[in-house]
Design a protein around this ligand. Sequence first.
Ligand SMILES: NC(=O)c1ccc[n+]([C@@H]2O[C@H](COP(=O)([O-])OP(=O)(O)OC[C@H]3O[C@@H](n4cnc5c(N)ncnc54)[C@H](OP(=O)(O)O)[C@@H]3O)[C@@H](O)[C@H]2O)c1
Length: 278
Amino acid sequence: MSGTLQDFDARILLFGCGKMAGAMLHRWLAKGLPPAQVTAVRHSGAPVADNVAVHTSAAGLAVPDILCIGVKPQQFATLATQISPLVGPQTLVVSMMAGIEISSLRAALQTSAPQTSAPIVRIMPNMPVAAGLGVVVVTGAMPDTACTMLDTLLAPLGTVHALADESALDAVTALTGCGPAFFYAFADALAEAAGQLGLSAADGDALTRAMLFGAASTLQTSAKSAPELARDVASPGGMTQAGLDVLAKENALHQLIDATLRAAVRRGGELAALAGQG
Ligand SMILES: NC(=O)c1ccc[n+]([C@@H]2O[C@H](COP(=O)([O-])OP(=O)(O)OC[C@H]3O[C@@H](n4cnc5c(N)ncnc54)[C@H](OP(=O)(O)O)[C@@H]3O)[C@@H](O)[C@H]2O)c1
């Protein structure tokens, strides 16, 4: 196995190649992964990329080096028996499904193929991986060779973060997996509010995008904390402070965000239960 995507020689099977796995694949191919290394299984059989083989089921497919499971958690229970023959003793199983723990994956994938030695890890990517600006959190044990292979694959996607404690992955999922959607919802609310103040929809949209990009970039590169950066914008008694006071009133923003992440985590648990866990 090699250290670059251009000469990546592991065979990757994407079982489920929708929005999330598709975004990862898009980035891998853009960074030089040979499409012949990838096979996708998706219900529709719709093409995923030039020269990537697509199948509608796993029947007859060879055991890959890396099996990436990208179906919805609630779809997994009915698909596990179809997926398990794809797991060889050396196959690195990579699940991106929210909520389903490694122990449950191992139990489900052993139902028809007891490949106890296959390493199983979970990753939590997010959609900005398509531009190499994603966050991918990885949890689970694997041999050094598998670790090197996975590092090569994940590095071009953005920030890769190892998580020692799998039980924290639900919180991670709410923050980094779901987070982009919460951020976009905030962007939409800003643009709409600016419209209520008389800005045209086009101006509100363009200015919201540009402002959030600049603020996010500053947050990424600054040594200051988020509250410190907010204080830099706000002067006592000024316009910004008047707005911040509304967000802080009765801890409104913090309570709203707390409820948002908790709802996501709660739903993760429900979906895992639907997948036969818990
Ligand atoms: N979306 C995100 O931002 C995000 C972030 C982090 C983690 N995830 C995780 O990524 C996983 C996929 O999410 P997604 O948003 O990419 O969902 P999605 O777009 O609906 O993708 C699901 C994929 O599963 C395939 N599939 C469904 N039933 C199948 C079957 N019977 N046989 C073969 N393939 C089947 C679908 O095939 P078709 O393409 O033909 O419909 C599709 O490719 C989930 O487990 C989710 O928790 C998603």
